[in-house]
Design a protein around this ligand. Structure first.
Ligand SMILES: C[S@@+](CC[C@H](N)C(=O)[O-])C[C@H]1O[C@@H](n2cnc3c(N)ncnc32)[C@H](O)[C@@H]1O
Length: 410
């Protein structure tokens, strides 16, 4: 079996995504933080105690290297995100940039017959849909699924907010949709017409309507309970989703043996559901505290015991040609950079420049042209195998330091 299958990665999903081959997975479900400006923590005493994740965004969350790629390949999207910084907030545009960088990679690793389901809520859903339209193409929008549920208190001066939004996009017209696998009894979700008015021949119409023996394909609004406090499925992991929701998505948009991928997998609900339904899976979550509960859950609920991999190691793509940094590459980079070091922005002779991996090899950065840059010896030494953000913040603090020296006359 390929080494990334049935693997739970504990890392930033952007690094893992860049290490996965294109056209690899059949279905992607993602339930990212929604930018609700909250810190989510698991209750003390629950299986997931100690696990927490933040849901508030700043530019520090954005990978700088990808900003150039975003501006070059998606200029309209870049302008759109900048405008959200004015209309909404800088935090929202940082969040959208963070999401765009990742969704572009998800689109790349999705097979042409594949689908992506993005789970979000009305805080950012309308902004996220524009990202998806741009990355997937507006014609590949398939559904806006409204997941509605009951529970909680009622606000005094608002209607109670009791739904999430799940966008469904395909990569092409030729996408997997196994409608018979998700049929439900007529009337199951409450609003159906009575059998008498529903079936038979209607006035002015030639077609005779007959009930399907397996029931109906659900509409785009799904009524399913959220997990209550005593639900046996509940691990205590904040924002855990019910398995029933994932079962419906996986059954509708994949076949047995297909690869299901969740880059924000939390307590591994998608991985467990995929395993239960005979699919292969890949899960990623950045939260180290979550690992032990995920492992326990995969053993207890999915019967997997030790038959899966948990790693922080970034995979390496095998579907692109890797070029080693040779002299002509250095010359090309030198010309493109106009002889300036990309770190300190000072001019150097070519012989004093060194080739650097922008995304370090240790974080999955590949040996190909787009991932190379020239740094002067000092900047390269400082950056070492760290990301560019590290070098930038070092240079910024040095500049700040020398400015202060001038102000204070030291
Ligand atoms: C809303 S929760 C997902 C819950 C999940 N669907 C479940 O049923 O348990 C979002 C998850 O994204 C993770 N996360 C946030 N940023 C991440 C990143 N850059 N890479 C990987 N995981 C990330 C958080 O640790 C959190 O577990």
């Amino acid at each position: 079996m390929e080494n990334f299958i049935n693997t739970l990665y504990t890392e930033d999903n952007l690094f893992i995504l860049t290490g996965l081959n294109s056209n690899l997975v059949d279905l992607i479900y993602l339930d990212p933080p929604f930018n609700s400006k909250r810190m989510y923590s698991a209750p003390v005493g629950s299986k997931a105690a100690g696990a927490s994740f933040k849901d508030m965004w700043t530019w520090e969350d954005v990978n700088e290297h990808y900003l150039d790629t975003l501006a070059k390949n998606y200029p309209a999207l870049t302008k759109y995100i900048a405008s959200i910084g004015v209309i909404h907030s800088k935090a929202m545009s940082a969040y959208l940039t963070y999401m765009a960088q990742r969704i572009i990679e998800m689109y790349r690793i999705l097979k042409d017959t594949g689908s992506l389901y993005l789970h979000c809520d009305p805080t950012a859903s309308h902004y996220l849909k524009v990202l998806l339209d741009e990355i997937f193409g507006k014609n590949n929008f398939r559904n806006e699924i409204i997941w509605c549920y009951r529970g909680g208190g009622t606000p005094k001066k608002d209607f109670g907010r009791r739904h999430d939004v799940i966008f469904r996009y395909s990569k092409s017209d030729n996408y997997t949709f196994v409608s018979d696998s998700v049929r439900i009894p007529y009337q199951a979700e409450g609003m159906g017409r009575s059998d008498d008015t529903m079936w038979g021949k209607h006035k002015g119409m030639d077609k005779v309507y007959k009930p399907h023996p397996l029931g109906k394909v659900p509409e785009d609004w799904w009524q399913m309970n959220i997990l209550n406090a005593n639900d046996p499925e509940r691990t205590g992991y904040p924002t855990q989703k019910p398995l029933a929701l994932l079962h419906r998505i996986i059954k509708a948009s994949s076949n047995e043996g297909d690869i299901v991928f969740d880059p924000f997998c939390g307590c591994a609900t998608t991985c467990v559901a995929a395993q239960q339904l005979g699919r292969k899976w890949i899960g990623i979550d950045i939260e180290k505290q979550a690992v032990s509960i995920l492992i326990e859950r995969l053993s207890d609920d999915a019967g997997l015991f030790k038959n899966f991999v948990n790693t922080t190691l970034v995979p390496q793509r095998t579907d692109i040609q890797r070029i080693e940094p040779i002299k002509s590459v250095k010359e090309r980079l030198y010309k493109e950079q106009n002889g300036l070091c990309t770190g300190c922005k000072r001019q150097f002779e070519m012989r004093n420049m060194e080739i650097d991996h922008i995304i370090p090899k240790s974080k999955g950065g590949g040996s190909y042209y787009e991932n190379y840059q020239l740094l002067c010896g000092a900047c390269n030494k400082k950056k070492s195998d760290k990301p560019m953000e590290y070098l930038r913040s070092y240079i910024d603090s040095e500049e700040e330091f020398s400015k202060n020296k001038i102000i204070f006359g030291e």
